[in-house]
Design a binder for this molecule. Structure first.
Ligand code: 5GP
Length: 129
């Protein structure tokens, strides 16, 4: 069965899209650690990051770097943290998280955003790509 991220990539489930290329797709995390928390996902559905072939891995990291640089310009933060961690969705995803403190990296403090706020954040980030 297709993962929830494959359904997002295929447009079957809506997302606040940030960027897309031939191999990868970036969108706002729906339950963000901080405003601007973004997921970068390879279109190829692979569960674990270390199982990606080298070319796909490098393309994902290059794509994530570009998106992360845009987040850093768009969202006031000390830096953008990058992690591949989590057990919920069996489809590789790079978390890009604007950090004010390490509390933003714990996945325990979540921020609630309205649809309008999600849209505004997505537009801000996209304007820096
Ligand atoms: P993990 O596998 O990293 O533990 O969790 C998956 C991440 O994907 C979580 O941060 C969660 O908020 C996010 N997520 C799960 N389902 C959806 C969804 O339908 N849309 C979006 N935008 N994010 C999701």
């Amino acid at each position: 069965m297709a993962s929830i991220f494959t359904k997002i990539i295929n447009g079957e489930i809506p997302s606040y899209k940030i960027a897309e290329d031939d191999d990868n797709y970036a969108f706002l995390d729906i339950n963000p650690n901080a405003k601007g928390h973004t997921l970068c996902v390879p279109k190829k559905e692979v569960d674990k990051v270390l199982d990606l072939d080298e070319e796909s891995y490098v393309k994902l990291m290059t794509f994530s770097r570009k998106v992360g640089q845009a987040i850093e310009k768009a969202i006031p933060c000390k830096r953008v943290g990058m992690s591949v961690i989590g057990l919920e969705v069996p489809h590789v995803h790079v978390h890009l998280i604007p950090l004010q403190s390490m509390a933003n990296a714990t996945f325990q403090n979540k921020e609630s955003l309205t649809a309008e706020e999600f849209e505004a954040v997505a537009e801000q980030i996209k304007s820096h790509l």
